[in-house]
Design a protein around this ligand. Sequence first.
Ligand SMILES: Cc1cc2nc3c(=O)[nH]c(=O)nc-3n(C[C@H](O)[C@H](O)[C@H](O)COP(=O)(O)O)c2cc1C
Length: 186
Amino acid sequence: MDVLEAIKTRRSVRKFLDRPVEPEKLQVVLEAARMAPSWANMQCWRFVVVQDQEVKARISELSYVEAYFATRGYKSNPSQKALAQAPVVIVACADPMQSGDIHGGDYYMADLGIAAENLMLAAHAVGLGTVFVGVFDEEHLRELLSIPSNIRIVGLFPLGYPVEGGKAGPPRKPLEEIVFHGRWNG
Ligand SMILES: Cc1cc2nc3c(=O)[nH]c(=O)nc-3n(C[C@H](O)[C@H](O)[C@H](O)COP(=O)(O)O)c2cc1C
């Protein structure tokens, strides 16, 4: 699949077939994340691949953060079931000490964002689906997966063969609204 085609047709997938992900395809997805650009090529990312059903079920529980969702009128994280149902969950982590902190920015978030998009596009290109899950109970997830306290967990990616397909997805703002020419608001 052409990269522009992949960018255009990728969608967040939250329902998966009861079909395992072949190890070769999982490898393709992880390899795509590995090849992402990063601050000074420091590659601060680490990925925990979870396939155990009980652990995935616990991760799913930890994706509902009441303080976040209840105040927004959600009963659950829209991806909560997906985390238990998908055959694979990739937990994307970062070591902030291995990235930039200039301009007050935590560039590990940028590094992980780029790796995440590579991961999602590669999944789509090989016929799999995933979604970036950014809301979860980081502290308890760290405990569950024995992730050290200096490591941040940035995103969870349930991965599998999609049930849904061909939906348009939520609209994007038009370019006129987000692109300025020459100066701010120009
Ligand atoms: C940083 C980030 C965090 C996200 N967190 C969640 C989440 O916790 N739960 C969820 O269901 N979707 C989550 N999403 C998915 C977005 O809702 C989705 O990408 C957006 O609505 C656009 O839809 P599309 O991916 O189908 O184009 C997240 C996406 C990003 C980039």
